[in-house]
Design a protein around this ligand. Structure first.
Ligand code: SF4
Length: 264
């Protein structure tokens, strides 16, 4: 079996516990305004023009984004870092894009990781149908679950898809006590409004088992990617957030009884 990925990051330390290898799947059902990986959204491999500057001169060359990879080859790459996983209680994280866009490939890799005793984390939007989600959830050790906006109209406007499947799958994880950390991108004027924060707090207050949230500050280091991929950057010149700016929000979540981390 083969899938399409666009990157593999070794020795990642912000994508779950310990030292991890992060596999970036190509394809995402969303098109968030603030996406840091716009090259991940198209499910197919694609070419782009990469421009480098040297002094006043610019050099452009074609770059391939995304490639097919066999399960066997990907497992060999994962197993190559196994010693680091064992030393640090780490493992492999599937990210993207949205790994659930390639369910058969993801499921096959998850099964093989389980056979080899490798800890798995799934960094997901949760945007998929419930039967697919439940079947894959059984094979995942830790969910890193993105929660962005609670209001359906706003979710549709800023991510391109309705929020219901995201909320339904998240509530199912909580009800079934499945190991999950929430990840909340703090996007100025979009997700950090008083109305959305209160809605997120209200939802989290109803949870039985999910008690941790990572607050992810907006950064604009991907601006050049939008130029390179000739995509419209809808965040315009929005300034990056300093982690210190998130201290009041962290306190607000903590007061409600959650464990909170700034960053991943
Ligand atoms: S869910 Fe993530 S990868 Fe997909 S568009 Fe949004 S920010 Fe980008």
């Amino acid at each position: 079996m083969e899938g399409i990925i666009f990157d593999i990051k070794h020795f990642a330390v912000h994508d779950g516990p310990g030292i991890r290898q992060t596999i970036f799947f190509k394809g995402c059902p969303m098109s968030c305004w603030w996406c840091h990986n716009p090259e991940s959204q198209n499910p197919a491999p694609e070419k782009c023009i990469k421009t480098n500057k040297l002094g006043d001169q610019r050099f452009s060359k074609e770059q391939q984004i995304g490639y097919k990879i066999e399960t066997k080859e990907l497992m060999e790459t994962i197993l190559g870092d196994q010693v680091f996983f064992e030393e640090s209680n780490g493992g492999v994280t599937f990210s993207g894009g949205e790994p659930l866009m390639q369910p058969a490939f993801l499921e096959e890799i998850l099964k093989q990781c389980s056979k080899d005793n490798i800890h798995t984390a799934l960094d997901t939007t949760g945007y998929t149908n419930s039967s697919r989600f439940k079947s894959i959830a059984e094979k995942v050790d830790l969910f890193l679950y993105d929660l962005k906006l609670i209001d359906d109209k706003q979710h549709l406007e800023y991510t391109g898809v309705p929020v219901k499947p995201v909320l339904d799958n998240l509530k199912w994880l909580d009800k079934n006590g499945i190991n999950t950390r929430l990840r909340f991108p703090v996007i100025p004027g979009i997700t950090d409004t008083a109305e959305n924060i209160l809605a997120v707090l209200e939802l989290m207050s109803s949870f039985k088992s999910i008690k941790h949230i990572d607050l992810l500050p907006y950064h604009n280091i991907s601006n050049s990617k939008y130029e390179r991929f000739r995509k419209m950057n809808r965040m315009g010149d929005t300034q990056a957030m300093d982690e210190k700016e998130l201290a009041p929000l962290k306190a607000q979540f903590e007061q409600t009884g959650f464990s909170v981390t700034i960053g991943g």
